[in-house]
Ligand binder design. Structure first.
Ligand SMILES: Nc1nc2c(ncn2[C@@H]2O[C@H](COP(=O)(O)OP(=O)(O)OP(=O)(O)O)[C@@H](O)[C@H]2O)c(=O)[nH]1
Ligand SMILES: [Mg+2]
Length: 312
């Protein structure tokens, strides 16, 4: 998807001259435990809400690229699902395969941890990072700790692995983002841009629409229903001023359908409205959104169903 021409924050950058000496371009994976803030970080880095976020672990299920182009550099960030070492399901196995694939294909790996937490779960993940890639530690959520505590944490983290750099940030408060961008540029290969300068992501509007609706399930519902739910787009019609979207929320249990719809349809209405507003902002157009709920029992454990719902 490209940046909507009228959206704020999408100032036109100088066209990078591919032949210009010193232009850098490369891919950077954002990798780490569920819930450390990888998707929030992706959005802060590219300055657009592309990847969905929530307080619940395992919000991200699909790899998504976010692209940031500047006059002398193009960063291609790859957000990955939080790597799952505990709960086994066909869905989790599919997500983990996706993460491993992403780590193989990128130029640089950014390993994200939360300030003041670097434990055995984080250490277990470091083992799957390919050794031949620059590994950068990003310590996120620095807004939650006092400075002396942060300093001690940065010091103790440095011995956990051979990190090329350690950069503290607060993705939520957008602190340290420019420093991180500057640092990352040094590790990108010298080569011309891979994407056109107005390209924001490798995903299309259909995918982004489904994700924005799925985000509302994660943000509005309890600890069970969102994990058994997925979103498909049955119809997507676009004109420059209007997107007409028919979406279906697929749940794996009959009982979840009633929870999603809520009393007199209130819950569903709230979630659909919030999703529609986000879509309008991202696409820079009006959105007409209709949502249905479908039950497909056991889809999270069924490889065929997973494939049909867009999981790799
Ligand atoms: N205080 C604080 N909270 C943050 C920061 N960055 C992210 N969060 C919060 O942490 C939670 C998880 O953020 P996500 O970006 O969804 O985390 P994630 O690593 O992508 O999670 P998964 O996709 O589930 O692996 C959300 O509630 C965010 O608002 C930060 O810098 N400071
Ligand atoms: Mg995420």
């Amino acid at each position: 998807m490209t940046a909507p021409k009228n959206a704020p924050g999408n100032e036109v950058v100088k066209t990078p001259d591919a032949a210009e000496a010193g232009f850098r371009c490369g891919t950077v994976a954002l990798f780490g435990r569920p819930n450390v803030g990888k998707s929030t970080l992706l959005n802060a880095l590219v300055g657009q809400k592309l990847s969905i976020t929530s307080r619940k672990p395992q919000t991200t299920r699909h790899r998504i690229r976010g692209i940031l182009t500047r006059p002398d550099v193009q960063y291609v960030f790859v957000d990955t699902p939080g790597f799952q070492t505990k709960h086994r399901s066909a869905l989790n196995a599919s997500m983990n395969r996706g993460v491993r694939g992403a780590l193989q294909e990128v130029d640089v790996v950014v390993f994200v941890v939360e300030a003041s937490r670097f434990d055995k779960d984080d250490r277990a993940l470091l083992k799957i990072v390919p050794r031949d890639k620059p590994l950068i530690l990003v310590v996120n959520k620095t807004d939650r700790v006092e400075r002396p505590e942060l300093m001690a944490f940065l010091e103790s983290s440095s011995i956990e692995a051979k990190f090329a750099e350690i950069v503290p940030v607060s993705a939520q408060k957008k602190k340290g983002i420019e420093e991180l961008l500057r640092t990352l540029r040094n590790y990108l290969p010298e080569k011309p841009p891979m994407y056109a300068e107005d390209e924001l992501t490798d995903r299309d509007e259909r995918f982004l629409a489904a994700e924005l609706l799925r985000e509302k399930l994660f943000r509005s519902l309890g600890d069970e229903v969102p994990y058994g739910a997925s979103v498909t787009i049955d119809k997507f019609e676009a004109t420059p001023k209007l997107r007409r979207i028919h979406a279906a929320i697929v749940v794996d249990r009959e009982g979840h359908k009633a929870i999603i719809i809520g009393e007199r349809g209130e819950q569903m209405k709230r979630m659909a409205t919030a999703a529609r507003l986000d879509m309008e902002k991202l696409f820079g157009s009006k959105v007409y959104l209709e949502v249905w709920v479908k039950v497909r029992s056991g889809w999270t454990e069924n490889d065929g169903q997973l494939k049909r719902l867009g999981y790799e």
